[in-house]
Ligand binder design. Structure first.
Ligand SMILES: Cc1ncc(COP(=O)(O)O)c(C=O)c1O
Length: 442
């Protein structure tokens, strides 16, 4: 480590409280000061590089310092950096809202903006509750989430999150929530298919709705992949069944596409694979190409019209200072342009097939379970490892030019949509090598 690097590390540890980190672990796990990024790579001050195989927490779609997004942002900087969105509007937010509505075939034609994913979840929960209230259904106050769900860390979003490590300490602060079985296909019993698991999980929702749908405002689901639960994947049938149940029992369906949206599962919206639309969809992370904090909730005409009134208190008075920030919206527009110009969804199918076949030999490894893939997400579970596995794997990965950060014993890849054939091969080979190295240490 050069003197300059060690100076950045010391100063960061003294002044920056890092997210999702027990700071004491940095006594043994090195902190890496990033100097710059290019394409799929991050570089440190010592000239070492790291393939960003998890897209910097699932946000970066088209590489670091992407020339097209950079150019759009430069132009936007010289035009309008920010203006409040109450009483004012601007071209980037209008064009983005129109394009997103068009991507849903206008099923979800109204966009409400925030900055981070958790805020979008708060908005969807509040909108659902308020929408029932406006309809005279003040009894509908409860929310349902899935086992292993993750929807963010603010108080409302944490209430519909089911990850003990993040939630338990704050239990007394959180609203009680109904938790139902996850449709995670790994739970298949002998002879059961992923669709059977989906049916079994939907039956639990049915029983709950039959018992108390009159008290329930919404069910919130991460469609197709529960990412923070360790890339738990389910069959699209589950979403169809829950949509039907929501319609039958008058419960809103909120689909949280913050992690799985923007092409991550193979279609722009994950729910397209089930052929359904929810009442609310949340988007963030990849929507700005990984450049700027931007999140939003898309909803239906029916919900929107329920708020439209001469009475101010029937309106949705929620706000954030940076709502609809023009720079972030412009980054999102440049991101959507790349999707269209480069036929990204189609190109990703070829990329995914290459990485799947490069990773396929791992399925025969005696310590690998459930090697799985959906779109541009790959995961496997390491068997017989202790609770230091993730940290040790991360440290070994960085020594092998990889940024990979397992969730518990689940190793996953969520790379940007730009990997070359050479980068794909390198990623697969190095992942397998880091896995061996980490197992050998124990
Ligand atoms: C499905 C899902 N919802 C919500 C969030 C929260 O987003 P943010 O970290 O931007 O608040 C995340 C973050 O990983 C997520 O994966």
């Amino acid at each position: 480590m050069t003197n300059q690097t060690s100076d950045w590390v010391t100063r960061s540890l003294q002044s920056v409280w890092h997210p999702c980190t027990q700071m004491q672990h940095h006594e043994t796990v090195p902190l890496i000061p990033v100097s710059h990024g290019r394409g799929a790579w991050l570089y440190d001050h010592d000239g070492r590089r790291y393939l960003d195989a998890i897209s910097s927490w699932w946000v970066n779609l088209f590489g670091h310092a992407n020339p097209r997004i950079n150019a759009a942002l430069r132009e936007q900087l010289d035009t309008l950096e920010h203006a409040m969105l109450a009483g004012f509007t601007h071209e980037p937010v209008i064009r983005l809202s129109e394009r997103l509505a068009a991507l849903t075939g206008r099923a979800l034609g109204h966009a409400f903006y925030a900055s981070d994913g958790a805020s979008a979840v708060e908005i969807a929960l509040k909108m659902s509750f308020h929408s029932w209230r406006n309809a005279g259904r003040t009894d509908k106050q409860e929310f349902v989430c899935l086992q292993g769900s993750y929807h963010g860390e603010t108080i409302g979003a944490l209430a519909v999150t089911d990850v003990a490590l993040f939630k338990d300490a704050y239990g007394p602060l959180l609203r009680a929530t109904q938790t139902v079985m996850s449709p995670d296909a790994r739970q298949a019993r002998d002879g059961e298919t992923a669709q059977d698991v989906a049916r079994r999980a939907a039956l639990e929702v049915q029983r709950l709705f039959e018992q108390k749908a009159d008290k329930i405002a919404a069910i919130i689901i991460e469609p197709l992949v529960q990412c923070a639960a360790g890339m738990a994947m389910h069959d699209p049938l589950y979403l169809q069944l829950v949509r039907e149940l929501c319609d039958r029992h008058g419960v809103h369906l909120i689909l949280d596409e913050i992690a799985v949206g923007c092409g991550r599962t193979g279609t722009f919206f994950a729910c397209e694979q089930a052929g359904i639309w929810p009442d609310f969809v949340t988007l963030s992370k990849g929507i700005s190409g990984g450049y700027l904090p931007l999140s939003l909730v898309l909803t239906t005409n029916t919900v929107y019209e329920g708020f439209y009134s001469a009475d101010v208190t029937r309106g949705f008075l929620h706000s954030h200072s940076y709502t609809g920030n023009p720079l972030a919206c412009r980054a999102a527009l440049a991101t959507l342009d790349i999707f269209t110009e480069d036929h990204v969804l189609e190109a990703n199918r070829a990329r995914a097939a290459k990485l799947s076949s490069a990773l396929a030999p791992l399925a025969d490894h005696p310590r690998v379970r459930n090697l799985r893939n959906r779109g541009m997400i790959w995961a496997f579970d390491a068997q017989g490892v202790d609770n230091t596995f993730s940290r040790r794997f991360f440290a070994n990965a960085t020594k092998n030019e990889l940024l990979l950060r397992p969730i518990g014993n689940t190793v996953y890849l969520m790379p940007p949509y730009i990997l070359s054939d050479e980068e794909i091969d390198g990623l697969a080979t190095r992942t397998a090598a880091v896995f061996e190295q980490t197992l050998a240490e124990a």
